[in-house]
Design a protein around this ligand. Sequence first.
Ligand SMILES: C[S@@+](CC[C@H](N)C(=O)[O-])C[C@H]1O[C@@H](n2cnc3c(N)ncnc32)[C@H](O)[C@@H]1O
Length: 252
Amino acid sequence: MSIANVTIHEVVQERYGSIAAGVSQSCCGPAGNCGADALGYDTANLATLPDEVVNLSLGCGDPVSIASLKPGEWVLDLGSGGGIDCFLAARQVGDTGYVIGVDMTLEMLKRANENKQKLGAHNVEFRRGQIEALPVVDNSIDVIMSNCVINLSPDKAGVFAEAFRVLKPGGRISVSDIVTEGEFTPEMRADTLQWAECVTGALPVEEYTDFMRAAGFVEIQVVDKSDAEGIVERSEGMPRIFSARVTANKPG
Ligand SMILES: C[S@@+](CC[C@H](N)C(=O)[O-])C[C@H]1O[C@@H](n2cnc3c(N)ncnc32)[C@H](O)[C@@H]1O
């Protein structure tokens, strides 16, 4: 990869920091998917959340509904943003469960904590950190979720290795993410702004699942995959871009 990892982190933080602070209006891409309505969430569930949460949804799908969460489980959300998936998960795991959201962007954590206060979500905690070096102890999490974040990482192998480390044996992962059919050129990959818009950091889905396998995950399944038009903006000459939901397990 030709761009330094630190540069990617800086550009990504700047983008999501200004969205969280209300400076920038557009969301994951110029197509502007602010708001959860079009992402496949259960509308009855969304109706129970305040507008501040729903309107700061920057994902590309709904990883919570395929996570099969149970009361009492410990859940970790990689790149939790304004917290939408954490709050939905918190209801499902109940008072005996716990949800941790990790995000590296301070302004986003501030918004997530304001939303937490508003909802009185006592079983949710937001931690600052990078998903490539999770501030979470080994073998402590039942379920990892992530929504439109891993494509933004310059070190996908590191993210899946960390996810594997913190999951309990037998734990599971459910992600929604942007993937491609085909490769971006090195010049396209070097466009950090498009990377931060969830476009040019995306990998072909086979490469994505290969990283999961290399980290030790088993029973990897691409649950569904749909065209990401309307979520991210694809330019001329780019490979086809999809929003996929992927699940896998850590061996028991
Ligand atoms: C596209 S938004 C998705 C937010 C949330 N998952 C949702 O569905 O609304 C990406 C989020 O991931 C965070 N993020 C991106 N790369 C990260 C990294 N390497 N480590 C931690 N957080 C990261 C950003 O700060 C931002 O809040």
